[in-house]
Every structure is written in C-alpha cells, then in structure tokens.
Design a protein around this ligand. Structure first.
Ligand code: UDX
Length: 458
C-alpha cells in the first residue's frame, strides 16, 4: 500500500517505520523542516531502541521517505494517518487545532479517495468532525469522491515503542464504513500473526478506549502511591503489598509500582483531557481528579524526603540519577526529576545529575543561569562522577545500570550515605547492610507522621 503519515513524533515516526518494515511505501510529512532535514540525513531525533536502524534501512531501501510537502505526497495514496500532537490547553482540554489543520489540507489536496485514519489521541467525536471537515473542503472543489475517516488509537509505550508496534497487545479499529474497516484489517494482519486480537468498534468507542486505557493505568499508579503513603505511616513495606495484591489474577502485577509519580507525554495530558470532557458534560470526575492530585503530591515527595533527611538544602550537594520520565527514552515531558530540580534550585542546593540520554533535552529546557552558574551540572558519561562529595543521592528514573551499582565505590565518593530511592529499586535491608540510609516510597520508613504531614501540606 501507499501510506502517508502526517506528524513525525513518537507515534508517527514509529508507525511509519514499522509499516515500511512490512514492505509498504511510506511517506512521512511534517511541517518542521529541521526535523525532516535531520531524518533525511539519517538522524532520528528521538531516543527509541530499535528505531534508528529501522528508519535507516527502510530509508535506504526507498520504502520510507521524508518531506514537508503534503500535496505531492498524496498522489495515489491508499491510507493517510494523522499522527500530530494534541497537547493540553490551559484548561486541560486536548488541543486539536493541528488535527483540523491537517483535515482541511487533506480536503483541499487529496486527488482521489483514500482512507484517512486518526492515530492522534483525540476527544470523542473527533473522527466524525474530521470527516465533516474534509467533506466540506471536497464540496468546495466539487470533488466527485468521499473520504471515510477511521479511528485507530495507538497504545505504544516510549522506550519499547517499536516492540509494542510490531507485536501489539491488541489493535483497535473504530470505523463507520466497510472500506476503511477492510483496508485497516488487511494493513494490520501481519502484526497480529501471533496474537490475533483485532477489535472492531465504532469510532467514538475507539476514541474513548484510548483515554480510558491511559486513565485506568494512571489510576492504578496513583492508587498504589496512596497505599505507599499509608504504608509509610503504618510501618508497612508497599512492595510486599504489591505482590500480595498483584498475585490476584483479577488484579495482576502490571502498573502497581509505587514511585515518585507518573510523567510522560500521555498520562498527565490524557487524564486532564478526560476530566475536562466530563466537566463539559456536567459530570464531576471524582476519581480522575483524585488521580491527578495524588500524582502532584507524589512528585513533590522526593524533595520532601530529601529535606527530612538533610534538614536544610541550601549549599547541599545532591546527586541525581535519572532525568527522563522513564527508562529507555530521552523524553523529559512532565518528568518527576524536573519538579525536583526546580525545588532544589530554589532551595539553593547544588545538583549534579546523570542521565545516559536525557541531558541534552534538560539543558534546552531549564533556565540557562542554572547551568552557567554551575548550580546544576549534567553528566551523560559517568553516574559515579556526580556522586563526588554528595550529601545525598536521589534516583528518579530506574535505568538498568542503577539497579546494582558498586556500593563500596559510592560510599567512598559521598559525604553522607543517604539514598532517596524514588523508584523502589533497592532492597532496604541490603542498603542498611551497605551502610546507607535508604528512603524508598512506601517502605515503612521512620519519620512517618512528619512525612505524612508534609505530604498533605504539599
Ligand atoms: C503510556 C501507555 O502505557 C501507552 O499505552 C500509551 O500509548 C502512552 O502512554 P508511556 O507514557 O510511554 O506509555 O509510559 P509508561 O510505561 O506507561 O509509563 C508512564 C509513567 O508511569 C512513567 O512515568 C512511569 O515511570 C510511571 N509508572 C508506570 C509508575 O510510576 N508505576 C508503574 O507501575 C508503571
């Protein structure tokens, strides 16, 4: 098939590369000329395991192309994916302006009928509105064909996006016509050979499924974070509770890890968008509002724990391991580490941070004077280097090499042996044996009532 993918963010670029990998002819279109030039030169602008090689090979073999020009790309196209960003507006609603800009252009320039598929995460009813928007433009130029619009939400996780796309848990196709249902079924058939879970439904149902899936996962995390706070007050280890409830097959183990809060480009934005949709329909979104509130409190937790351990933070040297919102990515959107950095900078602490891939994004994001003054240093080369004379180590992202570090070497580097374990990757007992004060999340720590009071005040 000839496929056009509009938008070269995570979803667009991964989808395009994976479709090309299956033998299709794919053109990626983006208005960002710099990004397109980078991609043409063989540079993939995001860190995503397996993506570089796949983009490079398919580009070399003439199956994957990059351009800023939508109109010429649409000749003989069979399927056109919309995969542009839908960021949060100030009121929490999803901003769909880019989706509708694309719809208008498709209506103006499509030379013949094709299936338009919306992959962006969009409010319920958007596929219908996109279809109407295209139809209006087609009518203006008296085009003698119609363009059906389907909804095909994407569930890939950053850090394993290629793997998720090639071997999905399920594919959801929301359609209102036989042509798009049939085209998409055949397009996805090779991805579903091992696990043939293709779910056909209406477009509105597909759109809400995407939001509901992310909101459900975020709810599990916030729920566990709340149980973790309670565990701290009760002297309970939340890790045992996680195993205790995860072993119930009705609950399962996934997404039950307490930690320093969820970040990323999806959960925070999608939870807010769903709250906004509920409110617009006169409903109070009690559960999701609590999920979001809990996450805000949770992100403040790292700073509170540090303060409790060190008493004051001005002039303290803090080592920070991990800046990305999760391992396997250089994405720092809504990362808990960013909130911690801001609090530490305001408190006058000095932070020496290590992350294998996210430093460049942080350097672009933070105020320049933090770096110029040396109050913040970023290191992508050596996790041990940032520990020199540190008063505490904070782990904000569970990168694999952090899991079993050389504790003797760490103890020799640091001034104080305090580890704030924001991802619960260390065993409290063995940390004690290594001679460290270990503060995890929900691991039955002392100072519990003080911590609870501060958490509630945050
Ligand atoms: C998520 C969804 O998983 C994916 O299906 C959707 O398409 C996009 O949003 P992603 O944001 O890439 O994917 O990462 P995910 O692995 O889901 O983690 C999101 C956040 O939750 C991270 O900050 C992670 O650290 C946190 N998390 C995850 C927890 O705190 N505890 C958990 O148990 C799991």
């Amino acid at each position: 098939m000839r496929i056009v993918v509009i938008g070269t963010g995570y979803v667009g670029l991964v989808s395009a590369a994976c479709f090309a990998e299956m033998g299709h002819h794919v053109i990626c279109v983006d208005t960002n000329a710099e990004r397109i030039a980078q991609l043409r030169a063989g540079h993939v602008p995001i860190h995503e395991p397996g993506l570089d090689g796949m983009v490079h090979n398919n580009h070399q073999q003439n199956r994957l192309h990059f351009t800023t020009e939508l109109r010429p790309s649409l000749a003989n196209v069979d399927v056109c994916f919309i995969a542009v960003g839908t960021p949060s507006c100030a009121n929490g609603a999803a901003d769909t302006q880019h989706v509708f800009q694309v719809a208008e252009e498709l209506g103006k320039y499509l030379p013949s009928s094709c299936v338009v598929v919306n992959k962006s995460t969009v409010p319920v009813g958007t596929a219908e509105r996109v279809e109407r928007c295209i139809a209006e433009q087609l009518a203006l130029r008296h085009a003698a064909f119609a363009v059906p619009v389907a909804s095909n939400p994407e569930f890939l996780r950053e850090g394993c996006a290629v793997e998720d796309f090639m071997r999905p848990d399920r594919i959801i196709i929301g359609s209102a016509d036989a042509q798009s249902a049939q085209v998409l079924q055949s397009l996805y058939a090779p991805f579903l050979r091992k696990n043939p879970r293709l779910l056909m439904m209406g477009r509105r149902e597909a759109e809400l499924s995407k939001y509901a899936a992310n909101a459900m996962l975020a709810t599990r995390i916030s729920f566990m974070n709340e149980i973790a706070s309670l565990s701290e007050c009760l002297g309970v280890d939340v890790e045992s509770v996680r195993l205790g409830i995860g072993s119930d097959s009705r609950i399962g183990y996934d997404f039950l890890y307490a930690g320093c809060g969820y970040g990323g480009s999806c959960f925070p934005k999608d939870v807010r968008a769903l709250i906004h949709t509920s409110q617009r329909h006169g409903l109070s979104s009690h559960i999701l509002q609590a999920v979001e509130e809990r996450n805000t409190i949770q992100k403040a937790g790292l700073f509170i724990k540090l303060k409790l351990q060190l008493g004051y933070l001005e002039g303290r040297r803090i080592a920070l391991w991990g800046l990305a919102f999760k391992p396997g990515t250089d994405d720092i959107r809504e990362a808990p580490a960013l909130q911690l950095l801001e609090s530490l900078m305001h408190a006058g602490a000095h932070v020496h941070a290590y992350d294998p891939v996210a430093c460049a994004n942080v350097a672009e994001y933070v105020p320049k004077q933090w770096l110029d003054s040396g109050q913040l240093t970023l290191n992508a080369a050596d996790p041990y280097h940032v520990l020199e004379r540190a008063h505490a180590l904070v782990v904000a992202t569970e990168w694999k090499p952090f899991r079993q570090p050389d504790w003797k070497r760490i103890a020799a580097c640091m001034d104080k042996h305090i580890v704030i374990d924001g991802r619960n990757i260390y065993d409290p007992l063995s940390m004690q044996q290594h001679g460290f004060v270990h503060v995890g999340v929900g691991r039955g720590i002392a100072h519990s009532s003080e911590a609870a009071a501060l958490t509630n005040a945050a």
